[in-house]
Write a protein that binds this ligand. Structure first.
Ligand SMILES: [Zn+2]
Length: 443
């Protein structure tokens, strides 16, 4: 009897305190800097991967590069019982679509889809870019190794597929190589439209663009800092939603921001040696990336990238000028660092893919009362729900309370005015959905 009691006690303690999952540590350990180095090298050696470059050669140009990427995904798939559906998605972009499209071009993306067992139509995405460029964005013939921009993100995506294809997930994961980024985000635009046409439910996209440089143009060197860019609110919000924000909050709580917080929290938990930086903006000042077309379509999306960029090694003709070696060449890529950022992606892909969907509606109440009140819609597959809150000036969800399998709750003694709140769904294994900021109110 005593033993039984002790067992029950220990199980309870374990259930309450178990916040980490061994599989996540295994995923981190499985990511290989050597394989990433091999892949970045391979990609850089296609000479140029400019979107308008040669598509016929087997050794040079974007055609050879994308066929190789597809074959790598297929190799990975053959090692997991064909667990990946690998295919090209393409769109014709006509000459003159913008100044950088100087001839008709087929913009071709490579997709590898690992279907979820329980929610196959829900997708979490990791992407890298296939294409590269030098100083003149229309120069599609000169050598353009694009080792960091963006062979690093592409290699990380290939590696994440290798590691995660050893597991089964409830939600689907897509590993993507996108083209036409440097010409105007055409590949991402094509896929976002394709996703809409297919009726895919996009949980979010992690756009990896430059994940290999650790030495900044300002001299800062760090192999632990990295940035998570997210826009504050979606560009698709309605005038009504915008007005509601003035009274109920939400200026910094859009769906992409919640995805960014999710990644930040998970990395802090499982990779405490890393320094993820939440950047409160869509992208770098005046610059773009492939998460944007997804955001434009109303899908959550963030950019994950190095913290310290070096502009002499991006979009540059390979040359030496005033003693400075320009060009995005292999020797500037730190493969160990790229592996860490790949692991940061992989553990978040896994955590989200193992988690139930987030509650669709979350309502909040408690105006002029000494309590904050919540009601939410339950989701299939959730073991329970967690209420999060934070000081209004905090970037992260600093407080939380697991409230079990209920659809409403009252946080007594918590005054609604002084915090922001959200609710997540928690699965059997403890994996959580991203937090949902209240999208309705009640009295
Ligand atoms: Zn670029």
């Amino acid at each position: 009897m005593k033993k039984l009691l002790l067992f029950a006690f220990l199980t309870t303690i374990f259930t309450i305190t178990a916040q980490t999952d061994q599989r996540i540590y295994d995923i981190i350990d499985a990511v290989s800097a050597e394989r990433i180095e091999k892949d970045v090298t391979k990609l850089a050696n296609f000479g140029t991967r400019h979107t308008l470059s040669d598509t016929v050669s087997t050794t040079r140009g974007i055609g050879a590069a994308r066929r190789w990427i597809k074959s790598e995904f297929e190799k990975t798939s053959s090692e997991c019982n064909d667990c990946l559906n690998v295919f090209f998605q393409k769109d014709l972009v006509k000459k003159g679509a913008n100044k950088r499209i100087v001839k008709d071009v087929e913009v071709v993306n490579v997709l590898a889809i690992q279907k979820g067992t329980k929610y196959p139509n829900r997708y979490i995405i990791m992407s890298g870019d296939i294409d590269s460029r030098v100083s003149d964005p229309t120069n599609f013939t000169d050598d353009s190794p694009g080792a960091n921009d963006n062979a690093s993100g592409m290699a990380g995506t290939l590696e994440a597929a290798r590691v995660l294809s050893k597991y089964q997930f409830e939600n689907s994961i897509i590993y993507m190589g996108l083209s036409g980024e440097e010409q105007g985000l055409f590949g991402g635009g094509g896929i976002a439209q394709y996703a809409k046409d297919q009726g895919w439910e996009i949980i979010g996209i992690f756009n990896n663009d430059m994940i290999g440089n650790i030495k900044g143009v300002d001299g800062t060197i760090s192999n632990v800092d990295f940035r998570i860019f997210s826009e504050p609110v979606p560009p698709t919000e309605t005038e009504e939603q915008r007005k509601a924000r003035r009274f109920y909050g939400g200026e910094v709580d859009g769906v992409s921001r919640q995805l960014a917080r999710y990644v930040h929290k998970n990395v802090k938990q499982y990779m405490p040696e890393m320094n993820p930086m939440m950047i409160y903006r869509l992208d770098r000042f005046g610059r773009g990336g492939h998460h944007r077309p997804f955001n434009d379509a109303g899908f959550p999306g963030i950019r994950i990238m190095e913290a310290h960029e070096n502009y002499t090694q991006q979009h540059q003709d390979i040359r030496v000028e005033d003693g400075i070696a320009y060009g995005d060449v292999l020797e500037h890529v730190n493969f160990e660092y790229a592996a860490k950022l790949t692991a940061a992606n992989a553990i978040n892909l896994a955590s989200i893919a193992w988690a139930p969907p987030a509650p669709e509606t979350v309502k909040i109440g408690g105006i002029v009362e000494p309590a904050a009140k919540f009601q939410w819609s339950k989701v299939d597959g959730a073991k329970g729900y967690k209420i999060y809150w934070r000081d209004t000036t905090s970037p992260t969800w600093d407080h939380s309370r697991y409230v079990g399998d209920v659809s409403e709750f009252v946080l007594d003694g918590i005054v609604i005015d002084n915090y922001f709140f959200g609710v997540s769904a928690v699965g059997e294994d403890g994996f959580e959905s991203p937090v949902v900021f209240p999208n309705g109110i009640f009295r």
